[in-house]
Design a protein around this ligand. Sequence first.
Ligand code: FAD
Length: 380
Amino acid sequence: VIIREDAIQADVRRTVRDYVAREAPLEQVGVWERAGEYPAAFFDGLAHLGYFGVHLPEEQGGGGMGAAAMAIIGEELGRGGLELAVGYGLQAFPAANLCSYGTSAQIAAHLPRVLAHEARFAVGISEPDAGSDAAAVRTSARRVPGGFVVSGQKLWTSGAGVPNTTLQTLVRTEPAERRQDGLAVVLVPLDAPGVTLRRLSTVGRHLLGTYEVFLDDVEVGEDAVLGGPTEGWAVMASSLRMERIFAAAELAGCARTSLDLTVEYVRQRRQFGRPIGSFQTVAHTLAELHARLEAARLLVYRAAQDLDDGSADFGAGSGAKLLCSALFQEITQHGMQFLGGVGYTTEHPMERLWREARSVTVSGGTSEIQRTIIARSLGL
Ligand SMILES: Cc1cc2nc3c(=O)[nH]c(=O)nc-3n(C[C@H](O)[C@H](O)[C@H](O)COP(=O)(O)OP(=O)(O)OC[C@H]3O[C@@H](n4cnc5c(N)ncnc54)[C@H](O)[C@@H]3O)c2cc1C
């Protein structure tokens, strides 16, 4: 279990922490959020540091540092803002799919540009009638001479509106008795003829935006399928396992910032002649949240190391995501309460953190689905 980081991991953590503090302080993220602006220069700088491929095999141009390094980056980006981490993850998981399942031509066409942040990926699994039940996707890829025609609709596609984005999308290629069969992951450039986007009006997710994607007879070549034409479920499943661990790490970072801001506030705010943090009900609540967050964080790194070691236990990543998402919500809920009226203004970052926290027990697989995965790992 990684409790002590090695020197290289510690260096990655320090570098990302410094970079976030310098380029994306909380106030700046608030400015981007209010403007609904994608912070392209922030991600350019992260790419320049060489971190988009930190988890990928060295022979494919990655850093060869595995899920643990990716979790460290996720936690540090999450300390700055949920969407800094989500924007990174949206490149990291599809890039991993590309390296595991892509042909050398597909890797050459996409990977260098994504690692340099000149091009981007978005992930299109969810549809109006396929949320938790992802195998229910109806968007189809019909074989035609020279390629496929993709038709259907995706929903909640985060980051789809950023220029030069290619969708990695789960589509049905053939009817199948077992619904997980007959699916493929197809690469669809979002500026292709037949693609229309509609940005959804949401409580948060304002830097990346989340979109409805309408695919109206979009023509793609033979080389657009990642993995085999009926291998889509396995392709997505492999990156979802990594995504849950990364999400848990980013949420631990978000929760830590929310807790730190609350502690800082209750130490300086005085009522009845003393800091409100000296009232036992406030101090004990924050002490307990601190202890639970430290424990959940250890589970994140245990899950990351399990993945790097090739362990087949799917429960740890889901457990980490379940606990860290709940803690982020709980901590921001208490943060809003202990900040009193100040929490309700849009002049303090707590309200943004609180709004962001609302999405995290839903996005990336709901808490109910994480419990189902854990239950399965227990043989239930
Ligand atoms: C901000 C945000 C960004 C997102 N970004 C992306 C993205 O980039 N790409 C993408 O593909 N998707 C994305 N999603 C979609 C996300 O993965 C889905 O919202 C999620 O999987 C839940 O699906 P749903 O919203 O259809 O809810 P539903 O599946 O309809 O679930 C509604 C409720 O029913 C519960 N439920 C459903 N089935 C069960 C069950 N078997 N047992 C117990 N309870 C159950 C759920 O847990 C939930 O509480 C995003 C979502 C959000 C909110």
